[in-house]
Design a protein around this ligand. Structure first.
Ligand code: 8YV
Length: 314
């Protein structure tokens, strides 16, 4: 049987691309001036799309593929996929939850510790020789035993909470509803949670309702002794308000794995001593990216074999 035509959006690990090519005619959609023309030519043949969580599949791509049956996401976030178009055309959408939860939670906790204790700057202080010539590293801030607010009580938010219990943190969370099964305080309002917390972890899936949920008001409530950790999506935070808060010291510090316009950052971030910057790599380990690739491909194969999807979104 001839291979079906698959549109690949973005770069995937080599072994994933090799695996896809075993089952599909893979057509890479790359960011070139000829992209629209390529899509117009390829689109009518495309039966499925493989894309990344950060790239998704916008409405114009979906519209250009009239024979599209399925979008398989290499990532947990599906905010960059036009789900409304998929629902109207009964296009299946899958993602890769669970397999990346531990990595994302691990990095969030690591970012918080590094921010609170100045680990990145301290490493430079030791490596540069400043320790010998300028003396000891400046005092930082105790991390454990403080108040941690978790914005979002999904898989990743709960995994962060479980890790923070090991740091003797007093934990509260905000979500659409109270989750009685969780052993932590429920504070529905984001600003109230920020007011209570010493560190606020943003773990929410990005939706229209969560856009800029970490607003100037929330940042002000977190305050000049507060830390923000964002491993969700940049659009959950008012980035200009965050930059102003960091520049003026009305927020003590922020550790960020996601940015508006990534991979290009607002240059204001790069001069801030109280910002810890990470290149959207929360799921970026060999083990997890392998598991994500296997799950993405398994979903594609399940669909075309007429079997139940493993991790359906739509
Ligand atoms: C992806 C992400 O893993 O999971 C998501 O939704 O944003 C990332 O963690 C990454 O985009 C894969 O390249």
């Amino acid at each position: 049987m001839s291979k079906l035509d698959l549109l690949q959006i973005g770069v995937l690990p080599e072994w994933v691309e090799h695996e896809l090519a075993q089952s599909f005619n893979v057509h890479r959609l790359v960011e070139t001036p000829k992209r629209a023309g390529a899509l117009a030519e390829l689109g009518p043949h495309i039966r499925c799309i493989a894309t990344r969580g950060d790239l998704g599949a916008r409405s114009e791509i979906i519209a250009a593929c009239p024979a599209l049956e399925m979008i398989s996401i290499y990532g947990v976030g599906y905010d960059a996929v036009d789900l409304d178009s998929c629902r109207v055309r009964s296009i299946k959408v899958t993602n890769t939850p669970d397999v990346l939860t531990d990595d994302c939670a691990d990095l969030a906790v690591g970012m918080w510790l590094a921010l609170s204790r100045g680990i990145v700057a301290a490493e430079r202080h030791a490596r540069s020789g400043d320790w010998a010539t300028k003396g000891g590293f400046p005092l930082q801030h105790k991390a454990s035993g403080k108040r941690a607010g978790i914005l979002g009580a999904g898989r990743i938010g709960q995994a962060i909470g479980r890790r923070l219990q090991g740091f003797d943190m007093d934990i509260a969370y905000s979500a659409r509803r109270s989750r009685g099964e969780l052993p932590w305080r429920f504070i529905a309002d984001a600003a109230a949670l920020a007011e209570w917390a010493d560190v606020l972890f943003v773990t929410l899936a990005a939706t229209a309702d969560t856009y800029h949920i970490v607003s100037k008001k929330v940042l002000s409530a977190l305050g000049s002794e507060g830390f923000l950790v964002n491993i969700s999506r940049a659009q959950n935070v008012d980035e200009n308000a965050l930059l102003c808060a960091l520049e003026t010291g009305s927020l003590r510090g922020a550790a960020l794995d996601v940015f508006e316009g990534e991979p290009k950052l607002d240059p204001r971030f790069t001069t801030l001593p109280n910002a810890l910057l990470q290149p959207h790599h929360a799921s970026g380990t060999h083990e997890t990216r392998r598991a994500m690739g296997q799950l993405m491909i398994a979903n594609l194969n399940a669909h075309f074999m007429g079997k139940p999807l493993l991790t359906p979104v739509v």
